[in-house]
Every structure is written in C-alpha cells, then in structure tokens.
Design a binder for this molecule. Structure first.
Ligand code: WT7
Length: 633
C-alpha cells in the first residue's frame, strides 16, 4: 500500500492525522482500493445506540480487491502456498490467477446450489486451500460466511448453524491432526439432526474416509464444481453489507455471532496487515492460526490477499512428525514473516533445543505473536532462539470484535519491549478507565481498556441481537467500546495487556466463557452445580479449573471426572475440557447467591495468604473445605 508507514516519524504523523482528521485519513487509504461506486460519507457513528457505518453509500466486492486487482501485474505471483499435514505429502501453490479461477468456479458451484446474496453459508473445514476458496466464493456472490473451527463438537456446530439459519454447509470427509485423522462428516451429520435450515452439504474429499452421503442433500465438492465456469462476475455489495459472522464466547450465555461488514473490514484488514508486518513484494508470510478463528480470516486470507502477498497455509500441528515442524516448514519455504501464538511458543520452548538447532531460520525477519499475553520468558526465547536476535517481534493485541490488529509494534520500526503490545495503530484511540468509568490520564497507570472512537474494522452487531451487542460492548462505560481486557500504560505510553477482567478465559489462545463451560459440565446427570475459573498454566496461558457439586460425592472420582470431560467434549469440543476438577459439597456464595469467584481463583492459584473478606459469605466454612480438598487435586 502506498499509505504504508516506514518510520517512527511517519507513524507519529499518521497517528496524529488519524485522530485530527479521521475521515480524510481513511478516505486516502480507501482510495487505494477498487470500488464500484464511491462513498457519500466516510463515517456515521453513535456509540449510544451503537450504530456505526463506514464508507456510506459505496459499493464494492472484496474479492475483486483480493484477486482481480492483482491479475494484470501479479497474476503469476503465488497467492497461497499449502503445506500439508504429512511432511512427505504433496503440497501445492496457487498463483493469483489460479486462485481467481478457483474462486470463480466455486462461486458458480454455490450459485448452482441455489445460494444467493445474503444467504448464510457455514464452513466447517480442515486447513486446505479449498477452505479459503470457499470463503472467497461466498464473498464473491454476496453470501455471508460463518466459519466454525473444525474442533468444535456437533452440538456447538448445530447451535451456530441454527443461530445464523445457514442454508448450506461446506465441509470435508475428514481432517488430519498429526498422526490422527478425524471424521468430520460424521460430526456434520450429527449436527444436522438438530437443524432444519441446511439444504445442501458440500463435501470436500480430503482423507478419503468412509462417510455417509445423503441423497439430495450431500454432494462431493469435486463433482459439484467440475463443470462450473472459471469466470464469475463479482456481486456489487453495499459497504455495510455483511461479509461474515464469526462466533465467539463472552461472559454470559451462548457464543455470539460477531458481524463484520464489507468495506470497513476490508480497509482495516489490508491496512493493518501492510503496516504491522511491513510486508514487501516477494516475502513469504506464514500465520499458523486456523481459518476458524478471526486470525485466520484477517491474517491468512483477507489481509495478505488484499496486499497481493504470498500466504502460507499449514494443515498440520506443531508437533507432527516432531516438535521441529514449524522450523522445518520455515526453512523449506523460506518464510520471512512468521505469526503464531504464545501457547505454541511455550510448548515448543519446553522441548529440547535439538528440535530447533538443525534449522537455519535465516530467512526470517519478523516474528509475530497473537491471542494472549506473551510472558517475558517466551518472548526472549522467541527472540533469541528463533529470531537469532535479528528479527523484530510484533506482539499484536486485538479481538474477534476488532476485525484486525489494534495495538502493536510496526515490524522492525517500533522499538519493542518484551510483553508490551506497545502503541496503538493509526485510527485506534485507546483509553484506560477505572471501576467508575473515569478515564485515567497520564502514564504509569493501569485500568480497563476501552476504545473511544470508531475504527473501520470494528464489529457492527451480533447476529440477530443488536441489543446484546450494545449492552455487551457499549453499556459498561458511556460512549466507549469496552474490550473486556485489563491493561497497563507504562512511562513511555506503551500498552501492556494484562488479561481479561470479565468471565472470559483464554486457554491456549482459545476464548471460552466460564458460564459456557459450566453449562456443559452441568449436563452430566450427577452434576448439580459447577463453577469454572481460569488459573495460570505454564503452557496454555490459562488452564480450566472446575469446582463441581454432584448429587452425591462420587465413589470413583476418576470415572466421574472422565465422564465430565466427555460431556464437555460433546457439548463444546475438546478445547474446553477442564484441566482440573475438584468435587466439592458447597461453593462460596454471598447471601444473594452470587459465587465469589475471587476466592475460587485464589484457591486454584494456591495463593491463600490473602483470601480477602469472607464475612459476607452465606457459609464461610465451605472455604476451608475447598482449601482442604484442593490439596488433593
Ligand atoms: C482476546 C481476544 C486477536 C485474535 C485472536 C484472539 C486476548 C489477544 C493478545 C495479545 C494479550 C491478547 C485478549 C483479547 N489477546 N491478543 N497480543 N496480548 N492478550 O481473538 O478469541 O477474540 O480473543 O485475546 O484478552 O480480549 P479472540
């Protein structure tokens, strides 16, 4: 992008302009894209009712910006490099031209199946190029994609399909996870037993697993696509038409469908990718996320493709065939920019050096981190052992709701400090507030992180329930977007994210609501009540600790624990399985019935020195029983 920042001076100038003249600032950036019609107005906003619109009145199609726009000059540039799960397997590379035709063909496949503009399409796929093709095909014809991570259970999948009333699901027969292959189609079949909206299931053949195909409903991808034309006109979309829904967990209730719209998301994904990673033509960029998470949406697919970049997609896991796989792939494909999560860094750091030393890693120039706070030890290991002290580290703070990176260094430009996400990107106006909602000025302070001005990539609503969106993000503090994170601003004005201050936990970079996990545990027939909290976990960042009350104390605790883990896997997915389960006979509740989680957290952390005031508890004696019981966990 021409508007890319290349020095600290340019950063300060851009930041200043983005605050003083935001509309002019974003109009200049938006002018770099292909529009069918220009906007009448750059921004309309109101945080009270929560109504935000960017590039009002403009029409465009994001795939023309991801694909068509690059064909003339860069048609032969690799767009996607695919590295399969099996290190000896056959990978592939799709050039921009090949990807363009693949997307057009898939667009026609969706149209033939009756998918129309505005329809919701669920994507439940392994990390194969067809997953990206499916996303882009939806966007090309104006269908709204809702990607569900292929590790979620049938029940979670069904909930998401029902909430968005998806008309189609695109899936695969199976998914490889290291040495294992899982049958995905079976999960889809189970999910579809409790849904009514899905008319067509498109099945990509990936593992050749034996699966059931239901006549009239299920078709193989290769059959459905084979006669489709490789050109497909892009649907003109309004700037504020929905591009995708992505479900994420919150403090209360079921996961909500975060909605991103077309133009603002596009501009934000493109601008943040270009600036944070300082991508240059010819660079090979690799983000290890799954497309089922927002990181995959913005920084495997949309951000890189909008910039004409080469993005590597990896099907496997970091430990297969051994803990050197990431480093092996970096050398094999000469990766220049590598973006992963602290949990992966910590788990690889825990392995012997012999998994790293055989690799040169000399192609690397930038390393990224995302998803959770990165501890100093992991930051230093990443910097020294992987970056050889030669690569800038970008610790990027953002959320599903923000669409793209909000606070981050610009690679090899912003001076970094371990564990600090450093400075806000242009267009981002962070504030820290105290418990009363008063803005905390100055440096060397700590508070709850809010954003006081709209940015193009922000969520617009939660699907089907705007009021829930407004109350979740805009009612805690007046006229501010509340992130749910606690944050420190140091003497240099640098930001350091401390972690969630609400009932959301972050397990290996996966976001889970404590209520959601409790509800799952409570589905076990003998469970009466449970309380779930996050506790510090060396590898996962946070582990899940569950205090569980059963109708009678289990005779065989091991067996009941195993059953509870199975129930949680079935209701949510394996990622939500508690690391520790303690059976208790009572929970510390106030007289009004509220669980005092603070006490449960202290017990789980084994920090009993200062339990705080327990006099307001209904029955203070339960605390002693819990402390006693915790010793055996
Ligand atoms: C939550 C958002 C960002 C895409 C992947 C996760 C935590 C995210 C960082 C970071 C400290 C971070 C926050 C945030 N988080 N990045 N660099 N440092 N914490 O998206 O699932 O929506 O989770 O992840 O707590 O609120 P998400």
């Amino acid at each position: 992008m021409n508007t890319r920042i290349d020095s600290m001076e340019a950063y300060h100038q851009a930041y200043e302009k983005s605050v003083r003249h935001p509309e002019k600032f974003w109009a200049d950036i938006a002018n770099e894209f292909t529009w069918k019609t220009r906007w009448n107005n750059v921004l309309n906003w109101d945080f009270k009712s929560f109504d935000v619109k960017w590039f009002v009145g403009a029409t465009l199609n994001i795939t023309e910006n991801c694909l068509d726009r690059h064909l003339e000059k860069n048609g032969d540039t690799p767009a996607i490099i695919w590295e399969p799960n099996d290190p000896n397997g056959k990978g592939c590379t799709l050039t921009y031209r090949e990807l363009y035709h693949a997307v057009c063909k898939a667009s026609n496949m969706l149209k033939n199946a009756g998918v129309k503009k505005g329809d919701r399409v669920c994507i439940y796929m392994p990390m194969v190029p067809e997953a990206a093709v499916a996303m882009l095909a939806c966007a090309r014809i104006g269908a709204i994609h809702s990607i569900v991570f292929a590790g979620f259970s049938a029940q979670s999948l069904a909930d998401r399909i029902n909430d968005a009333t998806c008309k189609m699901i695109i899936t695969a027969d199976g998914v490889y996870r290291g040495a294992k292959a899982l049958n995905l189609k079976e999960i889809v079949d189970n999910a579809l037993e409790s849904t009514t909206s899905v008319e067509t299931v498109i099945v990509f053949q990936n593992t050749n697993a034996e699966i059931n195909m239901q006549d009239g409903r299920d078709v193989y991808w290769h059959n459905a696509i084979k006669d489709c034309a490789n050109e497909c006109a892009a649907e003109p979309m309004d700037a504020e038409d929905m591009l995708f829904i992505l479900y994420t967990s919150g403090s209360t209730g079921k996961p909500k469908g975060v909605v991103h719209t077309t133009a603002g998301y596009m501009v934000w994904a493109a601008y943040t990718f270009a600036n944070v990673f300082q991508y240059n033509a010819g660079d090979i960029y690799w983000c290890t996320a799954d497309i089922g998470w927002v990181t995959g949406h913005s920084y495997i697919v949309y951000g890189p493709l909008l910039n004409g970049a080469t993005t590597l997609m990896f099907e496997g896991i970091p430990t297969y065939p051994d803990a050197g796989r990431f480093w092996n792939v970096i050398d094999k494909h000469q990766v220049n920019i590598f973006y992963t999560a602290p949990t992966a860094i910590r788990s690889l750091m825990a392995q012997d050096d012999e998994f790293v030393t055989p690799y040169s890693l000399a192609s690397l120039k930038t390393l990224g981190s995302v998803g959770e706070p990165i501890n100093e030890e992991a930051w230093n290991w990443y910097h020294e052992k992987i970056g050889k002290r030669n690569c800038g580290i970008v610790d990027t703070w953002w959320q599903t709701e923000t669409g793209g990176v909000m606070i981050s260094p610009l690679a090899n430009i912003t001076p970094t400090k371990p564990t600090y996400a450093t400075l806000p990107l242009p267009g981002v106006q962070p504030v820290l507030v105290d418990a009363e909602g008063k803005i905390i000025e100055g440096n060397n302070v700590e508070g709850n992180l809010c954003i006081k001005y709209p940015w193009p990539g922000m969520l617009r609503t939660t699907y089907g329930d705007h009021e829930r969106c407004r109350t979740t993000y805009f009612s805690t503090y007046e006229n501010l977007y509340f992130t749910g994170d606690g944050c420190k601003r140091d003497h240099d004005g640098y930001y350091r994210i401390i972690g969630r201050v609400d009932d959301v936990i972050n397990v290996s970079g996966h976001r889970l609501g404590t209520a959601e996990v409790e509800n799952a545990i409570n589905e076990h027939i003998h469970v009466i009540e449970s309380a779930v909290i996050g506790y510090p976990h060396e590898i996962k960042g946070q582990g899940i600790y569950a205090y569980v009350i059963c109708d009678h104390l289990p005779e065989d605790e091991h067996a009941t624990r195993r059953e509870i883990l199975e129930v949680v896997s079935k209701v949510i997915g394996p990622i939500a399985k508690p690391d520790k389960i303690q059976f208790v006979t009572g929970l510390p509740k106030t007289r009004s019935g509220k669980i005092m989680r603070r006490i449960l957290r202290k017990v789980a952390e084994n920090d009993l020195s200062n339990l705080g005031d327990t006099s307001t508890l209904l029955d203070p004696a339960v605390v002693d029983a819990i402390i006693e019981g915790a010793k055996k966990i």
